[in-house]
Design a protein around this ligand. Structure first.
Ligand code: GLU
Length: 515
């Protein structure tokens, strides 16, 4: 790796909600920047005004904030290379397009849309597989390479619309070293004469991207594999602009595939496959009907940002050990581009859930209590923060998402009215019922501070002994009578949280109903 200061950038286009793959790209950039003591930059690439979507930029910002990716330079924070929105940098790019023309690496093209269509049709008719404006076809088009100089000048003077295209060499091998893929070699005949500047004077992605990466002194370009085909063109641009020596190092990340591996995970897959493909919920509009749409987000689905980050980090990278749990600081410590794989990564949402369960369990009860309190509030149930913390404390081993707390822990707040029939059929009988009645009578008053799980258990054991029963014969019936459910967290912890008065009352109610 070169000696220059490490400066990386995440460069999204605000054309819609940031896809989860984009979050992974941002994360890998961030991990490398932090690992190498570098700078993390965010640049908004909004040169394509037709695809601009209101709210997308703010959404990108919030998504990154939520997962904990900090930006050192950005449109919102500023920095030494401001502005960081390409639309606000428009005047910067012209000079470089002019330089390329002056040096013979680019040219003016005056072709009308009809002329371009006609060219494509001609090529299609001649069975050319991929009709393009390139080193061969440009010789038959209306551009400053084919027109006499004075005619070109006259067209320019008359304000005729034109684009500026890169003059890709006819027969040349373009090579560059990708940090993930090794040497990439592409023949220039496979590269078309891309438009660098549009007729409205706006640069295209390709020109703006290279100019900005150069001016912003970017050392590493880490981006998705879908940009690999553009890289040879970018290499040519660096060369022709005289910047090859400081060209950033490229690292094209592996594709993210659908869970079954049948293709690239797309923005539309989320709804189809039943899991979110966005970090945050997105409120958009259906491009066809104009109707408002809502797309699910990991945050709203109950994922903790730590879990999503850990999951995303492993989609294409691994530490080379069996350790799977990594906090952000641990990821920074362990991360290296060398360990990023070039093979595509399958998006396995079950793994994301597994991570979520892990991080949920690791969270202090007091931090999880607000989720339960919010749900209780919605149901008009009052509860102290302390009790909510106790409940989530015993329940967190049993849920995957914070919103499950209410569903799973309802019985802490509402006495059951129905009982698990399978357990009743197997475990309930007159003797068990009588024993539970005796237990209800034996329980100390609610106010008794020593009525903790252990005390409740020993009273239970003693009562059962006196009733001539083994505890194992009654335990499940006790659970069903008190909670309605056949399974749950530690039973005597549950009873202790409920309080002895409530437990006794529930046992008596169950005996009345079940006999
Ligand atoms: N604006 C491009 C995008 O939307 C950035 C590609 C790159 O990183 O060069 O992904």
């Amino acid at each position: 790796m070169s000696e220059r200061p490490v400066r990386v950038r995440f460069a999204p286009s605000p054309t819609g909600p940031l896809h989860i793959g984009g979050v992974r790209t941002a994360l890998y950039n961030y991990l490398l920047a932090r690992k190498l003591g570098g700078t993390m930059i965010l640049r908004i690439e909004d040169t394509d005004q037709n695809r601009f979507v209101p709210g997308a930029e703010d959404y990108i910002r919030q998504s990154l904030e939520w997962v904990g990716i900090e930006l050192d330079e950005s449109p919102w924070k500023g920095g030494p290379h401001a502005p960081y929105r390409q639309s606000e940098r428009k005047p910067i790019y012209r000079e470089y397009a002019d330089q390329l023309i002056r040096d013979g690496y680019a040219y003016y093209a005056f072709d009308t849309p009809e002329e371009l269509d006609a060219m494509r049709e001609r090529l299609q008719a001649a069975k050319v597989p991929n009709p393009q404006y390139n080193s061969i076809t440009r010789t038959q088009m209306r551009n400053s390479l084919t027109l006499p100089e004075n005619e070109t000048q006259a067209l320019l003077d008359a304000g005729a619309p034109y684009v500026i295209r890169l003059k890709v060499p006819r027969k040349e091998e373009i090579r560059f070293q990708d940090l993930i893929r090794g040497w990439v070699v592409v023949h220039s005949s496979a590269v078309d004469d891309k438009v660098l500047m549009k007729s409205d004077g706006m640069p295209t992605y390709h020109l703006a991207n290279i100019v900005d990466d150069h001016l912003m002194e970017i050392s590493h370009v880490i981006r998705g594999e879908e940009w690999l085909p553009s890289a040879p063109l970018h290499v040519l641009l660096y060369r022709y602009l005289g910047w090859e020596k400081t060209m950033p190092q490229f690292a094209h990340l592996p594709l993210l595939l659908k869970p079954d591996g049948t293709g690239k995970l797309s923005k539309r897959d989320g709804d189809r496959l039943g899991f979110p493909v966005f970090a945050l919920e997105w409120h958009g509009t259906d491009p066809e009907t104009g109707e408002p749409t809502v797309s699910r987000g990991y945050r709203e689905d109950g994922y903790l940002p730590e879990a999503l980050v850990n999951f995303l980090a492993f989609l294409g990278w691994n530490p080379g050990t069996s350790q799977e749990i990594f906090s952000m600081p641990e990821l920074i410590e362990a991360f290296s581009i060398d360990r990023v794989s070039k093979s595509p990564a399958k998006f396995d949402v079950a793994k994301a859930k597994w991570y979520n369960e892990h991080y949920l369990r690791a969270k202090p009860d007091a931090e999880l209590a607000p989720y339960l309190l919010a749900a209780l509030g919605e149901h008009g149930i009052e509860c102290s923060a302390e009790k909510a913390a106790q409940v989530v404390g015993v329940m967190k081993e049993r849920v995957s998402f914070p919103q499950d707390f209410w569903q799973e822990a309802k019985y802490f707040f509402e006495a059951p009215t129905e009982y698990d029939q399978a357990v009743i059929a197997k475990k309930w009988n007159a003797q068990v019922s009588a024993a539970l009645g005796a237990y209800a009578d034996a329980l100390p008053a609610d106010s008794e501070p020593s009525a903790n799980a252990e005390v409740l258990k020993s009273i239970f054991n003693q009562t059962m002994e006196a009733q001539g029963l083994k505890p194992g014969q009654v335990l499940q019936a006790l659970r069903v009578a008190v909670t309605g459910a056949g399974a749950g967290p530690d039973l005597f912890e549950t009873l202790a949280i409920l309080g002895t008065g409530e437990v006794a009352q529930r046992l008596r109610a169950a005996r009345e109903r079940l006999g």
